[in-house]
Design a protein around this ligand. Structure first.
Ligand code: DX5
Ligand code: ZN
Length: 213
């Protein structure tokens, strides 16, 4: 069954604890933390301090998406803040292989993300160090953007590349109940959604609608 990882980028930042409890009650599987540094992406959000503050209030899997330059230098921060999965961008790492090993060294699951313009071939020689591949279906930086259709083919390519390996495919950006079915049939195991989950404040209904797709 497909997992739903609501993006806290769409949450009310003044009430994070309340938002997280509401998402947990509404049936979220994971919690997606969009960490942005204003450098790798043109937006700035939060760091390990927020993740650490939320950790005692939730039993969900903390799915941390690092949109920061040189993430390999900050993995310890996020591992110690309580992340379960740490995802770095292939484009942001000079040494992707080392970054993924570093994540596993802290007993977190190692994720690697690809921008829409990046081909999956960059992952070919790190598959044995990867637990999750995050396909960006928008250019990272902001919520509420339109899904880029060319990424459906990339999801299918990634799926083929993974073969029998125990690697999950997560897709992030512009996902809603109208396109979720296509994304899942292309090969996605986990859907990230901000706008579609928070729409109208009906978290439970929105999460169910995505899952049913
Ligand atoms: C974009 C983030 C996404 C985004 C998802 O940089 O990585 O997680 O917030 O939001 P929606 O679902 O609104 O596209
Ligand atoms: Zn994200």
């Amino acid at each position: 069954m497909v997992k739903i990882s609501p993006s806290l980028l769409s949450a009310d930042f003044a009430n994070m604890q309340k938002e997280v409890s509401a998402l947990e009650k509404a049936g979220a599987d994971w919690l997606h933390f969009d960490v942005m540094d204003g450098c790798f992406v043109p937006n700035l959000t939060f760091g390990p301090g927020l993740i650490k503050a939320i950790r005692p209030h939730s039993k969900l899997i903390f799915d941390v998406h690092l949109m920061i330059v040189e993430p390999e230098k900050k993995i310890e921060w996020f591992a110690k803040s309580g992340a379960d999965i740490i995802t770095v961008h292939a484009e942001a790492c000079r040494h992707l292989d080392r970054a993924l090993s570093e994540i596993r060294k802290y007993r977190c699951r190692a994720g690697v993300s690809l921008n829409p313009a990046t081909a999956p071939e960059v992952l070919e020689y790190v598959l044995d160090k990867t637990d999750l591949i995050l396909v960006m279906s928008v250019n990272p930086g902001f919520g509420g953007q339109k899904f880029i259709d060319s990424q459906l083919e990339k999801i299918a390519q990634v799926k083929k590349m993974i073969g029998q390996r125990a690697i999950e495919i997560e897709v992030d950006g512009g996902i809603n109940k109208a396109n979720a079915a296509k994304v899942i049939s292309a090969g996605a195991d986990v859907l990230v959604a901000g706008t579609a989950v928070f729409d109208g404040g009906k978290y439970k209904q929105n999460i169910e609608a995505l899952r049913k797709a």
